[in-house]
Design a protein around this ligand. Structure first.
Ligand code: HEC
Length: 187
């Protein structure tokens, strides 16, 4: 059984949360993330084959948020992606997510397999309680086309146009590109 962090911004409140309830939420979060990742990867690969990275940029910029929305609705939760180095400012991490991303980087540096790095927590702010889950996203070879130190000139041009403040560059295979985030309000 994984350790569960119970976090409160205002006060440390010992909140009893049934372990069973958390394991259900964990399973649902993992399933939603798997569906999101598979769907995104499928569309990315198809676009890469059809028109190379310049065409595939559209999948990432337009389809990624759409797929996230439809999977969120289907599973009754909120799924998104975030990172310590952001391309789209809409994906910026909040303070808790930033802390988790930093801990993921440290876990990877300590030798943990990035494919298995994840964390769940019950996040409490005032009288609102939220289930949160994050899963690391490792950088693969294909990602370097748009997130590596060097990208092809047409990609460079398109990224500059769409994302003038792009910081999501300079990655190597095996680095953590970011994480999936699942959130769901709890009663
Ligand atoms: C064809 C170019 C392209 C490729 C290839 C690509 N990405 Fe991206 N990526 C983008 C774009 C464009 C965005 C911004 C999406 C948006 O506007 O929400 C992005 C955003 C992201 C984000 C959200 C955080 C942020 O920086 O805004 C993550 C995480 C991410 N990519 C991971 C990956 C991973 C992992 C791979 C390889 C499996 C990959 N990307 C391959 C273009 C690409």
């Amino acid at each position: 059984m994984k350790r569960v962090a119970v976090i409160s911004l205002l006060a440390m409140i010992a909140t009893p949360v049934a372990a069973e309830e958390l394991s259900d939420r964990l399973a649902a979060s993992r399933a939603a993330i798997q569906e999101f990742a598979q769907s995104l990867q499928g569309e990315l690969q198809a676009a890469m084959q059809a028109g190379g990275p310049p065409q595939a940029i559209q999948v990432c910029s337009e389809r990624a948020p759409e797929i996230a929305d439809s999977i969120s609705q289907k599973h009754g939760l909120a799924i998104s992606r975030t990172s310590l180095k952001i391309r789209n400012p809409a994906n910026s991490p909040d303070a808790w997510e930033r802390e988790v991303l930093e801990s993921f980087d440290a876990r990877r540096a300590a030798g943990e397999n990035p494919a298995h790095i994840e964390k769940q927590a019950v996040y409490i702010r005032g009288d609102q309680k939220e289930y949160r889950f994050m899963k690391a996203i490792p950088t693969g070879e294909v990602c370097l086309n748009c997130h590596g130190a060097q990208v092809a000139p047409p990609v460079e041009g398109a990224l500059k146009r769409l994302y003038p403040d792009d910081a999501a560059r300079g990655y190597n295979v095996g680095d953590l590109r970011g994480a999936f985030v699942v959130r769901k309000a709890m009663d």
